[in-house]
Design a protein around this ligand. Sequence first.
Ligand SMILES: C[S@@+](CC[C@H](N)C(=O)[O-])C[C@H]1O[C@@H](n2cnc3c(N)ncnc32)[C@H](O)[C@@H]1O
Length: 482
Amino acid sequence: MNKLLYGDCLTIMRDMPLGSVDLIYLDPPFNSNRDYNAIYKDETGRQLPDQIEAFNDLWELSPERQQAIRMMPVLMRDYGIDDDIVEFWKIWMNALRNTQPRLLAYLSYMTERLLPMRGILKPTGSVFLHCDPTASHYIKVMMDGIFGHNNFRNEIIWCYTGPGSPGMRQFMRKHDVILWYNKGKTWTFNADDVRVAHSEKTKGNYKKGLVGSGFVEADHVIHEKGKVPEDWWQIAIAARGKEYMRYPTQKPLKLLDRIIRAASNKGETVFDPFCGCATTIEAAHTLGRKWIGIDIAIHAIKRVAKVRLEERLGLIEGKDFVIEGVPVTAEGALDLWNRDKHQFQKWAIEQVDGFVTNRKTADGGIDGRLYFSVPDKRDLQSMVIEVKGGKNVNVDVVRSLRGALERDQAEMAGLIVMDDLGDRKTKNFLREMGEAGDMDVNGVLYHRMQLLTVPEILAGKRFNTPSVARAKQLAQPALPMG
Ligand SMILES: C[S@@+](CC[C@H](N)C(=O)[O-])C[C@H]1O[C@@H](n2cnc3c(N)ncnc32)[C@H](O)[C@@H]1O
């Protein structure tokens, strides 16, 4: 069954069967060192002050990352990488530690994820890795080590056009790099499915009508179906047209269409471990391939990729594809909390139509916000949200949230906790919350502080606020590609 999986591709790939996919296309974060955020407007067209965190591409040598770097030689040997390559990694990493620590953090993150990819590819499979010139030269060295330099097929340059900024002191950077490696001695290349028309000049220069296996200069033969494209492709970015999902870094369907046609066959499985808004998935499905997509952002899986498959391809969740990893039970929520606390918070906030806040310093301990409008007020009002996934939540949480409510000059504050707190504790919490008073909207009273548990959220209960401003529309389509 076709699948959209929520989670870190590293964890998921470790459990995938060996030799199970025919083509991998990956378009990971590019080491761009910036936070990509979808910028949303509410239903009324007003821009929401905070934005949904799509994903971030910021790298640092945190203690965990340093530990991962130290363990990398062991991991590489586990995956069967040659000792010489492992030694090279060690020297290289030592050099980068002081010169480009962020790049080192990024490369180790990528290498951890590239290692399992080789195993899950079928012997005839290929991988296409999409990156950009900030790190492509380093990634290619790692790909040579993992997939073998003899298996390098192409460095495809995808070029596009777009605006620059005035006063630039260099040429505009308008290309990405796609590295193609195959796994074994044979690989799929469906030349006839990707041919493009010969130029008029070429046609004029050579005799027509002779159908050969391709362009054979000596015989003056050209192929009737056109030529195999060069390794540079000029394809417009996706920020136009019906396919545009307003997802930061969304890639054009045409790009994926060409890769999938060329390097896989009907009925085979295409896998995208960083699937974003499901461009690969749409292209694969349309071309009659099976597919698996993973993304670490629930927002990408549930609100963008799923919607794209339903609305553009008419697919039905449960019948044509499944979504796995997004909690639908209290146990699933607890499992998510244990696996990834940040993702659990995002999940809980998005369930109640809130937005993950990314102004962490200004907001202190606030995890998210929910916007609502009240009659006679032009600006959106907000509820600050705090999520507590742990078991031992005590009433101090309410006091600190109350502080945040006052500091933030929000109208309301909502607390989400994992479990039912039991009668006594719930009473204590509600008493403490009650001290914040009510908000009066035309005679209707709303408690300024409210409590929800995960089981309540799963059963459909929401914070009681005046009409919630849900994000419907993205305000600014033109975000950078990388
Ligand atoms: C450059 S975007 C991919 C865009 C995609 N090609 C498209 O056309 O929509 C990278 C994606 O990788 C996701 N991501 C980042 N780290 C991840 C990880 N460890 N596992 C799975 N997905 C991840 C991000 O949430 C983001 O959606």
